[in-house]
Design a protein around this ligand. Structure first.
Ligand code: OMP
Length: 277
């Protein structure tokens, strides 16, 4: 999927919601544990209940990897299910990879050749050769961690260059934006750091941003949108727990839908306000 197609989907659905499939087998409704593949059964219901108001899904690999082979199988089935039943959806592997070039190319093959993801999250710490192998695929993306939503973001990401005053996450944005294009690179900026978005938009006005941290982590959708939105929307705002665990009963998919609809309704208003729809 390219930027134009993503923006078209956003306009058509009036939403830039990414639903995070952080499917924790310990949190899903008990009755699903009788299914052959409980994680897939849960994801399928969530996807079918939210696909008309979501433009992206983001399975977080940790929740699948912790189940071993069974988890990997649930992940693969989930990706294939979304791809075939909701082909307009952008699918992000939240894997936070990053390794030397030849290993990175194996990660790229895993997510883009073997699994059919549109994008994978990548950590920038190991630099250009750890990122470039992901950028050789047409219409496939990396989402590079720039400024994360967690407390630990203050450990390194705000460190300032003594000579220039430039913060480390600003350096990451400036340098890495030369490695690819706005058609194969997005950045993660946490919703809890919305006040930094205006400055970030000065450095990368046109890249799409994946913004996690709305919902359970308390980030504000209106603040994120105010400072982060560009002429092609430029935002995918993720919410995981606040949507998928809206209920642990048999009505879990219906309740997830209700919560997704609430966020999407706010997004529609913001898109209208910005004259994008
Ligand atoms: O890369 C991410 O998606 C990510 C980056 C970040 O800075 N903060 C962050 O929370 N995430 C992920 O986004 C999701 C947030 O989940 P909720 O807090 O439940 O909405 C989790 O899968 C996190 O791993």
């Amino acid at each position: 999927m390219n930027t134009e197609q993503l923006f078209e989907n956003i306009k058509r659905k009036g939403s830039y919601l990414c639903v995070g499939l952080d499917t924790d087998i310990r949190k899903i409704p008990r009755y699903l544990l009788d299914a052959t593949d409980p994680v897939f059964a849960f994801n399928k219901e969530i996807v079918d209940a939210t696909a008309d108001v979501a433009v992206a899904y983001k399975p977080n690999l940790a929740f699948y990897e912790m189940l071993g082979v069974q988890g990997w199988s649930s992940l693969e089935k989930t990706v294939n299910y979304i791809r075939y039943n909701h082909p307009d959806i952008f699918i992000i592997a939240d894997a936070k990879r990053g390794d030397i070039g030849n290993t990175a190319s194996m990660y790229a093959r895993a997510f883009f050749d073997h699994l059919d993801f549109d994008a994978v999250t990548v950590a920038p710490y190991m630099g250009e050769d750890s990122v470039k192998p992901f950028l050789t695929y047409l219409d496939r993306w990396i989402v590079l961690l720039a400024l994360t939503s967690n407390k630990g973001a203050f450990d390194f990401q705000f460190m300032e260059d003594k000579a220039t005053g430039e913060k480390l996450f600003e350096k990451v944005l400036k340098t890495s934006s030369q490695w690819g294009t706005t058609e194969n690179m997005m950045y993660v900026v946490g919703a809890t750091k919305a006040e930094e978005l205006a400055g970030i938009r000065q450095i990368i006005p046109n890249h799409f941003l994946l913004v996690p941290g709305v919902g359970a982590q308390g980030g504000s959708l209106s603040e994120v949108s105010k400072y982060g939105m560009n002429e092609q929307c430029g935002l995918l705002v993720n919410s995981s727990r606040a949507i998928i665990y809206a209920s642990d009963g048999e009505d879990f998919a219906e309740k997830a839908r209700e919560n997704a609809l609430k966020v999407a309704a706010e997004m529609k208003e913001i898109l209208k306000l910005n004259k994008l729809i």
